[in-house]
Structures are given as C-alpha cells and as structure tokens.
Unconditional design. Structure first.
Length: 409
C-alpha cells in the first residue's frame, strides 16, 4: 500500500491558514470576515514598481544568475548601507521569498538532528522549514507578562547541547511585535561567540519600528562570521506575491554552500527581481506614510483590546502584529466559533490561535495573534466584533485582567 513519507506526516499545518475553510463557509453564508489572522498588508503596492515590470523590454524571459541579477544586488548594497549594514554584492543571494532564504540557512548550516533554539512564540513556518531540513527546534519561552522580551541568557545556557548549532530571532518579531534592544542583541552575540553558534536573523519588518531602535544582527561587531540574515520585500513594499527575498552573510564558506542550493533551483523569479530593483529607487520618504499608518492602527487596536474586560495585550514595538491574552478556555475553539457561530451586523473576525506559534505544548492556549493590516475603520469594526463575541462566548472564563503596570520594561 502506498504511504506518505514520515516527513510529509510530520509536516505541521499552518496555524495562520488552517481556519480558512471555516472563513470560506462564513462568507458563503453572507457573513463578512475581517481578516486579522494573516500578515497580508492592505497598503497599496507602490504603483511605480508595478509599472517597472509592465514597461520592461523583454523578448525572452531568461534565467537570471543563480544569485540574482547583478544590477539588483548592486542596488541592494546601497539599500543596506542606508540601514547601517555594509555589504558587497558577493554577500547576497536573491531568493524566492524570505522562505527560501530561511531554507538555505537550514540546509547550509545544519545537519540532520542538529538543534536550533528559537524564542517562542515564533513564526510558525520555522517548524515546517525545520521538518524539511531534518532539524530539531528547541523553544525557549518568552512571556506575555514581560511583553515577550528576550529570555535571560542563563535560560539559553540551560538548553544548549552539543547538537545546538544556531539561534533564530525575528526582529521586529512576528508574531509578537517585540523589538529587541541593543542590550538583548549584544547578549545574543556573546552566547553565539561563546558556544560557536550561528545567529539566523529574520529582518523582514525593519522599516516598521515604532518605539525603539532597529538593531540588525549585522550591526554586531565581531559576530560577522556567525550571522545569516534572511530578508524579504513582501511586507516592506506590500508585495507579498512577488516572492523575492535575500540570503545574506559575510561568511564565505556559508555563502559558497548556499550558492549550490541556489544553483539547484536555477534562479529566483525574473519579473519580481525587476519589481524589487525598482523598489530601491523609491524616495527615502516612501516609508513615512505606511509606518505612520501602521503605528496608528497599532495604537487603535491595542487601546481597544486593553479596554476589553479580561483581555491583556502588551504594546508591540514593531512589525504589525500583536498577541493578546483573552478570557477564553481555548483559542483554537474560540477562533473556530467566531467563524462558525458568531456574527455582529453580519460581520465576524478571523484570528490566529497563538498555540500554533509556540513549540512547547500547552502554551498560548488562551492567546491569539492579531495582524493590524486593515484600515482603521475595518479594524475598529473588527474590535467591535471581538468585544461582543467575548461577552457571549460559551467558553468564557474569569481571569485576572492585567494592566500595563504588569509589563516589565
């Protein structure tokens, strides 16, 4: 009898997308669904970068260099320079989205059975990448009470084994929105140097820092050989469908090995590279408006959440996500109930249960991730839905209502 591979069986479903069938069913019933479950921005993709693709004079859409078009990589060198990251074009491989950059990191730096430490809650797709690469994810817990600050370095020391080869961070963080401080980044530097670990740094949201300074892993002097930076234009330019990212490292051995994986998949998307290259030519003021818009949305949503009885939501410092603790028995059940059994004025809201962002079983059971990617009116209406739903949800529980005073800075 034909069987599915062990890898296929162990591949986890996406906590972000697993409730999609229930959302589709709700729409068929005539219910409008406010999607706060997925980080799909509604900010308009810059028209000029789409126009660059339309105007491209192409007779044959050829393979590009496996590392990506040289003209694009040269422009990226200038882009990163403005962010305080000094590179040469030989340090950059253009990838098919940030996802392929992460995969290249796993394949290049880790062997089957090796361990990678990730502060939880973390971007759920890291689990899938780890399964594909035969790598074990070792979670280290950060807590909502501290706003999801980096766990103490002493906690990292407790779980490092001879099989530990890397630490992954996302800064600003998805799913928490936490912005790691320079002190936290320096602490990670010291532990990576001490134990000879790679530091994988997912920096997809660098333009969206609201309450602190953006610190790249490549800002850490003396750690250059250990850093693998994974990047994407998806959220930066509201271009998720382009599937263009970057794998960046100053470690020549790592870069050389990654190039073999890049050659195996031939080349990154050709038309999307034209789009990405055009994006570098946007004025430096381009990010002012989307950043202001996301910050206003954050302030609106977090204020509404903090005003709801029994809800606790620390204010995220960056990206466009927040995690909230709700007075509910089970977030998976609640999120499905919202789509199957609840509506307010023919509206409901779709959230992502936070349990799928934790690697430790049982954590996040009363938490949800919300992506503030809708316009402020829709976001306000979505909060109306959530507030009313929490009043009548059959699985509502009484818990301590935390306040901002409970958050340790």
């Amino acid at each position: 009898m034909l069987k599915i591979s062990e890898r296929g069986q162990s591949m986890p479903p996406s906590p972000i997308r697993k409730l999609v069938p229930f959302a589709e069913a709700a729409r068929k019933r005539g219910t409008h669904v406010f999607h706060l479950n997925i980080g799909q921005p509604d900010v308009e993709t810059p028209p000029s970068i789409l126009e660059a693709v339309r105007k491209a004079d192409i007779r044959v859409l050829e393979y590009s260099h496996s590392a990506g078009n040289e003209s694009y990589r040269r422009k990226l060198v200038q882009y990163y320079k403005k962010a305080g990251i000094h590179l040469g074009i030989e340090d950059i491989i253009i990838t098919t989205g940030g996802s392929e950059a992460i995969m290249f990191g796993f394949f290049t730096c880790l062997n089957d059975g090796d361990e990678v430490i990730i502060p939880e809650p973390y971007y759920a797709n890291y689990n899938g990448f780890a399964v594909q690469a035969g790598v074990k994810v070792v979670p280290i817990t950060s807590y909502i009470e501290t706003g999801f600050a980096l766990p103490p370095i002493s906690d990292f020391e407790k779980i490092i084994t001879p099989k530990t080869k890397a630490i992954i961070i996302c800064n600003p963080n998805n799913p928490t929105g936490y912005l790691y401080s320079r002190e936290e980044m320096e602490a990670l530097k010291e532990i990576c140097l001490k134990h000879d670990l790679y530091l994988f740094s997912d920096e997809a949201y660098r333009e969206f820092c609201y309450d602190g300074e953006y610190i790249s892993a490549l800002h850490l002097q003396g750690l250059e050989e250990h850093v693998v930076l994974m990047d994407t234009i998806s959220k930066r330019y509201s271009a998720c469908g382009a599937r263009i990212g970057a794998f960046i490292t100053k470690n020549k051995a790592v870069l050389s090995a990654a190039m073999k994986f890049a050659q195996a998949r031939l080349s990154p998307p050709g038309l999307a590279q034209i789009l990405g290259e055009a994006a570098i030519d946007l004025p430096e003021t381009y990010f002012d408006e989307p950043k202001r818009e996301y910050q206003e949305r954050r302030d609106l949503m977090v204020k509404r959440l903090q005003e709801m009885p029994g809800v606790f939501c620390p204010t995220p410092g960056g990206a466009f996500y927040a995690i909230a603790r709700l007075p509910i028995d089970d977030a998976d059940t609640f999120c499905q109930w919202l789509l199957e059994s609840f509506s307010l004025k023919k509206n409901t809201v779709m959230l992502a249960p936070a349990s799928g962002f934790y690697g430790t079983a049982g954590l996040g059971k009363d938490e949800v991730r919300l992506a503030y990617v809708l316009n402020k009116q829709d976001l306000s209406d979505a909060m109306d839905c959530l507030e009313e739903a929490l009043k009548i949800y059959p699985g509502k529980v009484s818990i301590h209502q935390a306040t901002n005073a409970d958050v340790i800075a």
